[in-house]
Structure formats: structure tokens, C-alpha cells
Design a protein around this ligand. Structure first.
Ligand code: ZN
Length: 98
């Protein structure tokens, strides 16, 4: 889970998950109010996860399952990726490093 680089509070999974779906580049810490930015390495991982899900879905498709199984497994993989996303978020204080 991400840790605020200003007040060093660890964000909970729920707090991180809710804030991931905002369209802002900054994530305001609910403990100290300082803006936090996602680190470059963390962005790379969170961009890579949907790619991994695409490969998993393509792999499932190789076994020529029914469309229902493809849809269900695609939804399942998508949900798992979304649920795992907060574990890969890391913060930095300053956006200049990016
Ligand atoms: Zn903070």
C-alpha cells in the first residue's frame, strides 16, 4: 500500500482504491492534505497490469472455450487486476522527478 511521503501514514486499500478512479494526476493525502504523486516505477507497473490481463485472456481464448466462458473469465481477470492495483501504488512528494 502507498505511504504518504509527507506524513508517512500508510493508506488503506479502500482509500487507495477509491482515489485511483479520480481523473486527477495528484492524490491528496487525507491525513495531512499534501498532494502526492504516483512514482514513475509505480505508473509503469499499473500500466503493465492491464497488458498482463490481455495476455491472460488471450491465453484462455487459445483453448477455444465458449463465449460465455470468455466473457466470464475476462470479467474475472479485469476485477482481479482492479483489486490488485492499490498494492502497486507508490507515492513521491514532488512531481518534478517525473
Ligand atoms: Zn500525508
Amino acid at each position: 500500500m502507498p505511504i504518504c511521503q509527507n506524513c508517512h501514514h500508510k493508506w488503506s486499500w479502500t482509500q487507495t482504491f477509491k482515489r485511483l478512479f479520480t481523473m486527477r494526476r495528484t492524490l491528496k493525502c487525507m491525513y495531512c492534505g499534501e498532494n502526492q504523486y504516483q512514482s514513475v516505477a509505480s505508473k509503469k507497473v499499473t500500466c503493465f497490469l492491464p497488458l498482463v490481463s490481455s495476455f491472460i485472456i488471450a491465453f484462455i481464448y487459445l483453448f477455444n472455450p465458449s463465449q460465455t466462458i470468455v466473457y466470464l473469465s475476462s470479467g474475472f481477470v479485469f476485477i482481479i487486476i482492479c483489486l490488485l492495483m492499490p498494492f502497486f501504488i507508490r507515492f513521491i512528494n514532488n512531481n518534478d522527478v517525473m
